[in-house]
Design a protein around this ligand. Structure first.
Ligand code: FES
Length: 80
């Protein structure tokens, strides 16, 4: 199995050693645009408050132009 990953369902979820840990959360970086994170996520903001999303994939704003910050609202596309 050249592409097998022990935490991606290639094997049973339990073994003689006990239950498997959760698979790693995928974070996708983009040069210009949001950071995509597999949800659900809880985001802690600079002021210490937190926001939560239970979406399958979440787009986090990196340009600070979003009116829905920290969520991306595609305002980054307006950059000249
Ligand atoms: S990255 Fe999309 S609005 Fe900021």
């Amino acid at each position: 199995m050249p592409n097998a990953h022990p935490n991606r369902g290639d094997k049973p979820s339990t073994s003689a050693e006990g239950p498997r840990p959760e698979p790693p959360r995928r974070v996708t970086m983009r040069r210009r645009g949001p950071i995509l994170v597999d949800g659900p996520v809880e985001v802690e903001l600079e002021d210490g408050s937190t926001v939560f999303s239970d979406r399958f994939r979440v787009a986090l704003c990196t340009c600070r132009r979003s009116r829905r910050y920290p969520w991306c609202d595609t305002s980054h596309r307006d950059r000249a």
